[in-house]
Design a protein around this ligand. Structure first.
Ligand SMILES: [Zn+2]
Ligand SMILES: [Zn+2]
Length: 164
């Protein structure tokens, strides 16, 4: 979506709101495709004494896979975005400034990189996920599986010493 900025560029105190959705269902990360549901963005561009500031909130429902137990789960993510827009750099170079080309702003070009940067690379269905049994693959969140404890277990190591 393109946002027309001419009015807000020329008028200190002006504000142009926006509200849009991005279909990012094709976007793929090494760990999966999290955006099965469209990402919503709402915010505005404000001219404060000649300085243009974009403020936005991105709301996503992420479809994730647990790194430990491989369960699919969903998680809400809210990503705040704030940056200064300028038509040209005025002396001080600043990474936080987005350089405008013309008087339209392609919202996806500004907002989607901010969303991608905010993505976590580690995913757990819950903080204390017990994962899968290394022997039988049973999901240990659903209860114990009946396999003997792993080789390294101290109690078994002690027992083994008593064997002939
Ligand atoms: Zn899990
Ligand atoms: Zn098991």
């Amino acid at each position: 979506m393109k946002l027309a900025l001419r009015d807000v560029i020329e008028q200190p105190g002006a504000r142009v709101p926006f509200c849009c959705e991005f279909d990012l269902s094709d976007m793929e990360f090494p760990w999966g495709r999290p955006f099965r549901v469209p990402v919503r963005a709402r915010g505005s561009v404000t001219n404060t004494a000649g300085v243009l500031t974009l403020t936005a909130a991105l709301a996503a429902t992420l479809s994730l896979t647990c790194d430990r137990c491989a369960a699919a789960y969903e998680q809400k993510a809210d990503v705040p975005v704030e940056m200064v827009l300028a038509e040209r750099l005025a002396g001080d170079e600043d990474d936080e400034i987005y350089l405008l080309t013309g008087d339209e702003l392609a919202l996806d070009e500004v907002l989607i990189p901010a969303l991608v940067l905010a993505m976590e690379t580690k995913h757990l269905c819950r903080e204390d996920c017990r994962g899968l049994c290394p022997r039988c693959g049973h999901n240990l969140n659903e209860g114990p599986c009946g396999c003997p404890p792993p080789e390294g277990d101290a109690r078994w190591a002690a027992l083994r010493q008593w064997r002939p």
